[in-house]
Design a protein around this ligand. Structure first.
Ligand SMILES: NC(=O)c1ccc[n+]([C@@H]2O[C@H](COP(=O)([O-])OP(=O)(O)OC[C@H]3O[C@@H](n4cnc5c(N)ncnc54)[C@H](O)[C@@H]3O)[C@@H](O)[C@H]2O)c1
Length: 398
């Protein structure tokens, strides 16, 4: 039987070590007489993908729930035999598990409803939009004795496993810093800002790769289009045990699509480019060494020397991460195994996201000497404080 290999699942330990070779995780008993009935709530951009992968999973019956008639009509066209409903309440008694793929602000109430009814639940990222809600979800699942899993898709991604292996094996040397970019002309969300929408991926990837949660965050965020939600953000996360930092750039307002994670080590550097079809990981055998310049006649020399070598792109047997994630959820329902990304994992990422919300006063900005602070043409109306309020620099710790 081919199946996932798991390590222990304490909150700070990595939970998936590997999926065997390049195979789909096989469910333990394809010939089982009972079938699992799973409701996917939210048939939007991402929920429709859950429906696709769950529909292809043996012995799973999918029910599709969406509040919009037009979304249900589209679902019916693609899945004529699927059961459809406009609310979870209509079908809660006839399903065993629920996948929540609605906008983030609705995750907690829908998931609580399902957990209280004794159903296993997979919630899309972010698990919830507040620490209190995320804690309540974890506590409710434990009290009701059911599975709660969070959809941190990148923790089921073979390229991310490879990055982690490179870091853990020491192949890259000491990690100097990590840089991530998740940019595009993105879908503006109404209930969360760009940090809550996109950075869950980066926090999940970096903390999984470094095997550590950040202890401190610094944020620059700005809302360029609407006044409500920041659409571009730069974040810095400090990792005390690894003594390293991650710089995270997320944007809904960038012309080209970038999905990249760069791990810069003292020995080598690795780049994970999610937009690449066949070279998702590249390992650069390059580095910079500090040069001791003792001789005053060489004072003009560069203070560093460069090491250059091969660029290697290892073969990565790749399977759709969402497929692996959802099959893992089904496996956990059937076997009672603890999910690789349990509710607690979602909670720790929500804690980091919540930390980015706690704005501190701008206390340490420096005005550039000699700069003309007014860029307005003469006679332009003054900018009111309320219009400028989003241009904040946030410094915080959790
Ligand atoms: N893991 C990933 O890589 C990934 C990628 C994209 C989105 N997501 C997550 O998936 C979730 C959905 O995102 P999306 O882009 O598909 O959003 P979307 O707006 O495209 O779809 C949301 C759907 O939910 C429906 N809906 C909303 N409230 C409902 C309710 N109470 N009951 C039933 N239906 C309801 C809406 O009608 C809509 O069809 C979000 O949490 C997002 O963060 C995850």
């Amino acid at each position: 039987m081919r199946q996932a290999v798991h390590s222990s699942s304490t909150p700070t330990e990595p939970r998936i070590t590997a999926f065997t070779s390049n195979h789909v995780v096989q469910l333990p008993d394809a010939a089982r007489s009972t079938r699992d009935r799973i409701a996917v709530v939210g048939y939007g951009y991402w929920g429709s993908k859950h429906v696709r992968v769950l529909s292809s999973t043996p012995a799973v019956d999918v029910t599709i729930v969406d509040g919009q008639a037009s979304r249900l009509a589209e679902a019916a066209a693609h899945y004529p035999s699927a059961r459809l409903a406009t609310t979870l309440d209509d079908v809660i008694d006839e399903v065993d598990a629920v996948v929540v793929a609605t906008p983030p602000g609705t995750h907690a109430p829908i998931a609580i409803r399902a957990l209280e009814a004794g159903r296993h639940v997979l919630v899309e990222k972010p698990l919830a939009t507040s620490v209190e809600d995320a804690e309540l979800l974890v506590e409710t699942a434990a009290r009701r004795g059911v599975q709660l899993m969070v959809g941190h898709t990148f923790e089921y991604n073979a390229a991310v496993w490879k990055l982690r292996e490179l870091v853990r094996s020491g192949a890259l040397g000491r990690i100097l810093y990590v840089d991530t970019a998740r940019l595009s002309l993105g879908r503006y969300q109404s209930d969360v800002n760009v940090i809550w929408d996109l950075a869950p991926h980066d926090i999940s990837i970096v903390s999984y790769v470094l095997d550590e949660m950040p202890s401190r965050a610094t944020v620059w965020a700005h809302s360029h289009i609407s006044r409500q939600q920041a659409d571009v953000a730069y974040l810095r996360f400090d990792f005390p045990r690894s003594q390293t930092r991650a710089y995270v750039h997320v944007s809904w307002l960038t012309p080209n699509k970038v999905r990249q994670v760069t791990v810069v080590g003292e020995k080598k550097m690795a780049v994970y480019d999610d937009m690449s079809d066949n070279e998702r990981i590249r390992i650069y055998d390059i580095g910079v060494d500090v040069q001791d310049i003792d001789n005053p006649t060489e004072a003009h020399a560069l203070p560093v020397t460069y090491r250059t070598g091969d660029i290697v792109s290892p073969y990565i047997p790749f399977q759709e991460p969402l497929l692996l994630q959802d099959q893992h959820f089904v496996e956990c329902i059937r076997t009672g195994a603890r999910p690789a990304t349990p509710g607690e994992r979602g909670l720790e990422v929500v804690r980091v996201l919540a930390a980015t919300d706690r704005l501190a006063d701008v206390a340490d900005e420096e005005v550039v000497a000699g700069a003309d602070v007014s860029t307005d043409p003469p006679g332009a109306p003054p900018v009111h404080a309320s219009q400028a309020v989003n241009d904040h620099r946030i410094s915080l710790s959790r």
